[in-house]
Design a protein around this ligand. Structure first.
Ligand code: HPA
Ligand code: ZN
Length: 326
């Protein structure tokens, strides 16, 4: 079959990747040992067994436990480097990496340690792998808007080290409106804006992410199909959706890949991209998402080119660099 070979070899961008979600269980245990951190799981096997998620929150509980082993700049560098090597192997030419500083600063790890470790890995990837990598700082939506604002204050001395901000963690009960003020500040600073919306939360959260937060892309967004007027708006405005099919199945947003709504999203004319979200937890990196989704939904070569092109176009690289790509 030529489609799997095409999917693997196509140059693509990854726009929805939580770096803490790229920590493989073996690496989590190695770092726990190296840093003297104790984990609520006795072994790699026990951790893997706990990864039978029922919803977003059941995943987040384990994801935050896994991230608790990260303490030093080297830890953050190593984590990002491991991911960037895999991204290169999947023919990712550009990646916009999410990170969750509050998960680390709440444990006493300085913001500076987190961002320096991640940024040095991104710079190294550009030099040694030919992969461009930029950072997007995410606010945790289960925490307050004021907490997010304090995190932005801590980040200001490192403004040149990240290109944008996002919003992640528990969606239900935490509407975008909570973060209106901090996103307005970020907009003033010239940062790019994205937010998770419409993964587990209602289509109304997608609308308020656009209207109140003024985001440029929606992360996930799969529940938009419940609101035809919203779909029409997203299509008209070309708002990119960073869809993560393996994540959606693991978190029970869809029962299996054959029931994923990707085909309907494409048919509606939406600017869809495929991404891995938290590859160490959800069963595969970006090419696995492409391969498994194409097999389950019997997608064709046109869809392959459309998704890869969308990923490059929806990225935050300069228009000049985009022109050279597409
Ligand atoms: N949704 C919300 N928060 C997250 C996710 C996700 O898919 N992954 C890591 N944090
Ligand atoms: Zn995500």
């Amino acid at each position: 079959e030529r489609i799997p070979a095409l999917l693997q070899a196509m140059p693509k961008a990854e726009l929805h990747l939580h770096i803490e979600g790229s920590l493989e269980p073996e690496r989590i245990f190695a770092l726990a040992q190296r840093n003297g951190v104790s984990l609520p799981y006795p072994s790699v096997e026990a951790l893997r067994a706990a990864c039978a998620f029922t919803d977003l929150q059941s995943f987040l509980d384990i994801y935050y436990a896994g991230a608790s082993v990260l303490l030093t700049e080297q830890d953050f560098h190593d984590m990002a480097w491991d991911y960037l090597i895999k991204a290169q192997a999947d023919h990712v030419v550009h990646v916009e990496v999410f990170f969750d500083p509050q998960t680390h600063t709440a444990r006493g790890v300085p913001f500076e340690v987190v961002i320096r470790g991640l940024k040095s890995a991104c710079d190294r990837a550009e030099r040694e792998l030919g992969v461009s990598a930029a950072l997007i700082m995410c606010f945790l939506r289960h925490l307050s808007g004021d907490d997010a604002s304090r995190t932005l204050d801590e980040a200001l001395p490192f403004r040149e080290m990240f290109i944008g901000v996002g919003l992640d963690s528990s969606e239900r009960g935490h509407p975008p409106e909570k973060f209106a003020r901090v996103f307005a500040r970020c907009r003033e600073l010239g940062l790019h804006l994205v937010a998770h919306a419409g993964e587990e939360g209602p289509p109304a959260y997608i609308e308020s992410a656009l209207d109140v937060l003024r985001v440029e892309r929606i992360d996930h967004g799969v529940r938009c199909l419940e609101d035809p007027a919203l779909v029409a708006r997203l299509a008209r405005d070309g708002v990119p959706l960073t869809v993560c099919p393996l994540s959606n199945v693991k978190l029970c947003v869809f029962p299996d890949l054959a029931h994923h709504n990707l085909k309907a999203l494409l048919a509606a004319g939406l600017k869809v991209t495929l991404n891995s979200d938290d590859p160490a937890y959800f069963g595969g990196y970006i090419n696995q998402n492409y391969l498994d989704t194409f097999a389950a939904l019997k997608l064709d070569v046109v869809a392959a080119y459309t998704l890869a092109r969308n990923s490059l176009e929806a990225s935050f690289v300069s228009e000049a660099r985009k022109a050279a790509w597409v």
